[in-house]
Design a protein around this ligand. Sequence first.
Ligand SMILES: [Zn+2]
Length: 361
Amino acid sequence: MAIGPIQKQPASSPDPCSIAAQNLIGLLTPLVPDETGSSSTPLQTSSPREVLYAVQTLVSTLRPESPVFATFHDGRVHDPLGGGSYAFQKDVVEPVLFALMNDEILSNGEKEPLLSMKVTPPKIYSPCDAQLPTRPIVLHAGAQPNNSPHAGTIIVFCYAFSLARAIRDRMRATVTGTELQPPAVSVEITFIDTAPVPGHETSIEGIQYQKSYRDVPEALNTHMADYGQIIQLLSTWSDIPFETTFQSEFFSQPVMPSLLRYIIAHYETLGHQLSPKYGKIALRAACPVLGCGLAEKHGRLNLYSEETNTNSETESPKNSDSMIAFHCPRHGRHTISTSDPGEIACLEANAPARNLIRSMS
Ligand SMILES: [Zn+2]
């Protein structure tokens, strides 16, 4: 990006660095007090914008072989409310508890949901009439164990345990002096052990294949102790219990067969939405042949079949047995049935497909 007027130079002119330096000196000189101690003000000589442009121009010429570029910050941090932050403008814990209570009320179908925290805070949180969630509260966080935990992962883990502790402490304070017992609060860390292992990826006839961490134990175990140490430390600090889970447990949820049947019934539409490049939904499974373990990365060669009839085009099939056939470049096809929980646990999904499934589960 051009950052100031560029002077065209004849062949014999000084180099750009010298020109930029002279230009900057020319702008700065009037600001330096003379022998009498007086100096011109910036506004009398050159605008601050001209000085900043001159600095940027000079910086970009200092190292022509690999230029660096200067920018400036006005020192102001803009933190506007947006997205979910409106709900958490004044507090984080109370809106979470409020939402959990409403969710519980609606799922029980017993009565109308609570309308507003602002209208009913004494009723919700007063010790004499404490209304709190009754179901256990689990905060979820996840990580791909393909490196030692980096700053982002550590921050997320810290936030999960910190928020869990704040929720527990708020509920304990709410029921102080009563016989009520708040529900348990814990953290669940899910490891995405289906991420590709570097060095175990290959491309055959334009199709990408990978081995996932869970199929290369020595790779998976490389950094797990680091994660364990951090999670244990945070659990001790917060006095919040935790569990760790893996992708096989994610795909073992009771709702998974029906979710997969829905996805298979709509795999063409979902594929184009989630993966426009290939138009395929990236479900995969490692080849079951001992010692192989290759999985087709993007699900481009998957075959889907349904052995059921649906009542309408928009209704997901029920009580059916859908099949996914995966492709191994060495051993051919292998299949997974949506009616077999053991086979479903072998499924893998890339991040967009996994997020879809998580949001539906
Ligand atoms: Zn194979």
